[in-house]
Design a protein around this ligand. Structure first.
Ligand code: SF4
Ligand code: SF4
Length: 433
């Protein structure tokens, strides 16, 4: 019998983020109260439950789940509860099997696959290396594209598929309509997503766009400004009027044709307050979900400098030299460029500095299991950091997968972080039901 299915009520020790995860895992009905060592929290309400003191817990001897991320502190509290004859388990013991299950999945397959079908973007965003460095323009052939998709489905049973998700825009792809017709036939094995600045949508007819968006599960739209000036400052082009018009058009198309694509808008900004107070921002939140107003940007291994971006926006770097955990990005994702090169990191390595394979010479399965790919994925634990990882602010430890919301994760649920956030929404829904 699994821990979760045993029927008894409990107290969660730790009224913080880890406690919140535990609360989500066990469900509101089973949680009697929270307990915390911090006396400032005693008697207060956390997630609808009262926070009690350790003394109250010792007296009542409720079954307790200790949910504290700090391992030493977690152990100390478990010992103390044991000494006071309180039956106890540690939340990390529950998270660990989920983590191991996901690591085991990565040994066999990537969670996601990104294909950059065309390596061009018409924009000149001030925070993007596209403005400074150029790549030889390349459109992936339909033969190569179809072969990759067929392998993804036959060897890995399909899953999330990003098209044009690196430094490019899938709506600029000259073969887009052919590709979406092919993908429509394979849709039952694919969860399709992409990111776009949306301007190139203007060149398609309504009927073409319906064909495109009926295959999509998730689309992230980059919004660079709230009026013509702010847009020009961030995007480097005078595109605000087209952007606003296409955003409204997309909303109409989705509603009229009952399209199921989930839309998220991400603002790339230089002044959070100005953006949030604008009429355009208010319009955006009335149409779609807005996830973030982002004012900090990566340096792209030193390519983008503070002088390149407007005042108030910042460039972030970090020193990853002491990080012991592998980065989750190359472990979750396989990234294929338009010329068939497979790169170690699909988020950052758009200049193909760390190639782990070539789809015109090897199968995707062979590439994923090759020593080059494994070496890139495990570069942090092997203390052999590729140059592009050394200062990368996108680094995210693989322990991010210790997430109870991923307990039942299967790739066809979508991007792993999307699936996790979806479950977060479920939590909110449960709370206010
Ligand atoms: S829209 Fe995206 S890919 Fe294009 S220039 Fe801007 S940040 Fe780069
Ligand atoms: S640290 Fe940065 S460059 Fe390296 S794998 Fe992670 S996201 Fe990619």
């Amino acid at each position: 019998m699994s821990e979760k299915s045993i029927d008894y009520r409990l107290v969660i020790y730790g009224a913080g983020n880890c406690g919140k995860d535990a609360y989500w895992y066990y469900g509101a009905e089973r949680v009697i109260a929270f307990c915390d060592s911090d006396e400032n929290k005693w008697g207060k309400v956390f997630l609808g439950k009262t926070v009690i003191s350790p003394a109250q817990l010792f007296e009542n001897k409720y079954f307790t789940v200790v949910a504290i991320r700090d391992t030493k502190e977690n152990e100390r509290i478990c010992d103390e509860l044991n000494r006071n004859k309180v039956k106890v388990t540690s939340f990390s013991e529950i998270e660990e099997p989920i983590f191991l299950k996901l690591l085991n999945m990565i040994d066999k397959r990537p969670f996601h696959m990104n294909i950059e079908t065309y390596n061009y973007c018409p924009m000149k965003c001030v925070f993007c290396p596209n403005r400074i460095l150029t790549r030889n323009e390349c459109v992936m052939s339909m033969d190569m594209f179809e072969s990759i998709i067929c392998q993804y489905i036959s060897d890995f049973s399909g899953g999330p598929l990003g098209i044009g998700s690196m430094q490019s825009d899938f709506l600029s792809d000259p073969l887009l309509i052919e590709r979406v017709r092919f993908l429509f036939e394979k849709k039952s094995n694919l969860w399709i997503y992409s990111t776009t600045p949306l301007l190139s949508m203007a060149k398609y007819s309504d009927s073409e766009l319906i064909e495109v968006f009926r295959i999509f599960d998730f689309l992230e739209i980059s919004a660079h400004g709230y009026d013509r000036d702010s847009y020009r400052k961030m995007a480097g082009v005078d595109g605000f009027m087209i952007f606003e018009c296409q955003l409204e058009r997309l909303n109409r198309l989705i509603k009229r044709n009952n399209l199921k694509v989930d839309i998220n808008i991400l603002f790339r900004a230089y002044d959070e307050k100005e953006y949030i107070n604008s009429e355009f921002y208010k319009k955006c939140i009335s149409l779609f979900n807005v996830s973030e107003v982002k004012t900090s940007f990566f340096s792209w291994f030193g390519t983008i400098k503070s002088d390149d971006i407007p005042e108030k926006a910042t460039i972030i770097t970090r020193d990853n030299s002491k990080e012991a955990y592998n980065c989750v990005v190359p472990n979750a994702n396989i990234a294929i460029q338009s010329d068939g090169k497979v790169v170690g990191c699909g988020c950052i390595d758009w200049l193909s500095k760390y190639v782990i394979g070539y789809v015109n010479e090897q199968s995707i399965d062979d590439i994923w299991h090759s020593e080059k790919a494994v070496a890139f994925r495990k570069s942090f634990e092997r203390r052999k950091l590729p140059d592009i990882c050394k200062e990368c602010a996108l680094y995210c430890p693989i322990t991010e997968l210790k997430d109870v919301k991923l307990e039942d994760y299967q790739p066809l649920d979508g991007l792993y972080y999307y699936a996790s956030q979806k479950n977060e929404k479920r939590e909110t829904y449960l709370k206010y039901e």
